[in-house]
Design a protein around this ligand. Sequence first.
Ligand code: PLP
Length: 426
Amino acid sequence: MQKDTLVFDLINQELERQRNGIELIASENFTSLQVMQAMGTVPTNKYAEGYPGKRYYGGCEIVDQIEQLAIDRLKKIFNASWANVQPHSGAQANTAVFVACLKPGDKILGLDLSMGGHLTHGSPANFSGKNYVALHYGVKKDTGLVDYDQLESIARKEKPKMIICGASAYSRDWDYARIRAVADEIGALVLADIAHPAGLIAKGLLNDPFDHCHIVTSTTHKTLRGPRGGIIMVRHDFENPFGIKDPKGNTRTITSLLDLAVFPGIQGGPLEHVIAAKAVSFGEILTDDFLAYGKQILTNAQAMAKSFVNRGYDLISQGTDNHLMLIDLRNKNLTGKKAQETLDKAHITLNKNAVPFDDKSPFVTSGIRVGVPAITTRGMKESDMETVVGLIDKVLMNADDENIIRSVKGDVQAFMKKFPLYPELG
Ligand SMILES: *Cc1c(COP(=O)(O)O)cnc(C)c1O
């Protein structure tokens, strides 16, 4: 068969783009070469509906071992008693939790999207906001911190069946115990969606949600630095408190309902080549190298936040506990859209982001979200953060000067040569 040069040329162009740029999108990372290599392998050819040892097709004896290895390693990372590694994405993982735990029309309570939450936490544009009655808490205007008082008062008044914590654009740690306490008062379940900080939680660098939250979901491709995908975990199993039964009408534990929700509830055949790559990345997370990586993320984020503050940037909550920061650009007379588009021209990639109580539309926004996981994987240390912030600042302070932007683009490209990406790929 003739090689599809059209597609492979584009893939090579994407490799060069990734090599040349400063990647600050907080949800992105660079997997190891072996994680990528595992993804491009023959389990992609295999149908394996079901779970290890309980498949609907023959010939699953090898993929069973791959999937079991992924499950066992993941349980070890988080000290979980059960895990499902089949969700195709973080959104799929959350969907499965809804299907396992709730009936359509039940009330849920999550962080508002405009305050840093995620679409799957009850946005009207998403299944979670269409099929369930979605209530939202926010952050406090003066501190930028989650408004736990508001969360508690909505919970007591509305009695949602599930409270969701976790966020996509929140730079502080969570008080999981406090959320569990109010959930127990009203008989609600707590879902922790740790899609963003999972890699830091894995190494004990942030609060551990597992003893306080009934169910924990995550992506595998953000700070966990694995292939694109989702996972669901539980440390303490229990019976669904809302009388949800399996298709035969039997009462089941939540973990078996979660397995049924992923397959056959919302997905068909699992992506065993991606699960193989998940297993490889979980093996990496179990090493001390990954602990060093997590610590460097925190050090870099602190250094970057300090550097932004020193240049007069307005950080929501004045700083960060994790891998990202949210910056309100209104005091710099810039919108998030303008900042994103201008930085893009200089090969600095990040995303515009609504800030809490934003007065601009989600397509414009007043802020940007900046994350360090990807540049930390590239090998940057805290001393490099001043350089990165200096380049960003130069672009933003000269946002209409094409000559300056072009010169920064050259500086970015030269700087990134110090941090080789996939040298093995030539
Ligand atoms: C990224 C993210 C997800 C969704 O992940 P996808 O893999 O893009 O579906 C879910 N929840 C939160 C909090 C996220 O940040």
